[in-house]
Design a protein around this ligand. Structure first.
Ligand SMILES: Nc1ncnc2c1ncn2[C@@H]1O[C@H](COP(=O)(O)OP(=O)(O)OP(=O)(O)O)[C@@H](O)[C@H]1O
Length: 231
């Protein structure tokens, strides 16, 4: 479970995130929408412990991000817009390396199964990452998250630049992970993808979480209209 309580980040006089109160339960996919500079990445970076809050706190399963940064790293997986992996290693070698860093020792067969579950085609397993498409790299990122048994998945613009098919596959994988109990927070500019994949959607403006909706209560067109009205 992800929790933010009065979470605030200021840079000098500028408030990047203002008094965020948010709980994301296991099995939930929460999509954060908002214009450039709304505070989406700041929110994710506070959960990751990349930056410290000015006020309030962020926690994962009740464990404070600021007080227990090492413990938090075991709980979460992060998929940025471009997943950073080793281009000279193959898909399976990257997965092996990153899961061993997290303390897991998988057999080749288990690693292959993890990559398959993330949607990667078997012929790509032994190919170097340098030749992978963005969608393929995202799948290795997902496989790493599953290999780490991450309770929480943080994603920053994960589908930007993916073609519609890859983006759709990615959404399906997120839904499968959520169904297994992962709590997912995803920052995105893609209103339609947010409506399609998320259980709840938050719209941010100038550091404030202006509204939170259940995806099932609103059509994509209504969401777009509300978004445009809010930002
Ligand atoms: N290191 C920093 N120093 C000063 N201001 C910062 C810093 N990082 C972010 N900001 C400011 O905080 C605000 C929120 O930025 P943030 O990156 O969270 O927005 P965002 O919603 O993720 O935008 P985008 O969609 O462009 O990624 C912006 O006004 C940004 O300029």
């Amino acid at each position: 479970m992800l929790e933010a309580k009065n979470l605030t980040k200021r840079y000098g006089k500028h408030t990047a995130l203002n008094n965020l109160n948010l709980t994301i339960k296991p099995g939930e996919i929460f999509a954060l929408l908002g214009q450039n500079g709304a505070g989406k990445t700041t929110t994710i970076n506070l959960f990751l412990g990349f930056i410290e809050p000015s006020e309030g706190w962020a926690s994962i399963d009740g464990v404070s991000v600021v007080e227990h940064p090492q413990q938090i790293k075991q709980y979460l997986a992060y998929i940025p817009e471009t997943v950073m992996l080793y281009p000279n290693l193959t898909g399976i070698e990257n997965l092996e390396y990153f899961s061993s860093l997290a303390g897991f020792d998988y057999s080749k067969k288990e690693l292959g199964k993890l990559l398959s579950t993330a949607g990667l085609q078997p012929q790509a397993f032994e190919q170097r990452l340098g030749g992978y498409s963005k969608g393929m790299r995202q799948k290795v990122g997902i496989a790493i998250a599953v290999a780490k048994k991450a309770k929480v998945l943080l994603l920053d613009e994960p589908t930007s630049g993916l073609d519609p098919k890859a983006s759709n596959e990615f959404s399906e994988i997120l839904k499968t992970l959520a169904a297994k109990g992962t709590a997912i927070l995803m920052a995105t500019h893609d209103i339609f993808r947010a409506k399609e994949v998320a259980t709840r959607i938050g719209i941010m403006k100038e550091g404030n979480l202006e509204s939170v909706l259940h995806a099932c209560d609103i059509s994509a067109n209504e969401l777009e209209a509300l978004y445009l009205k809010t930002v």
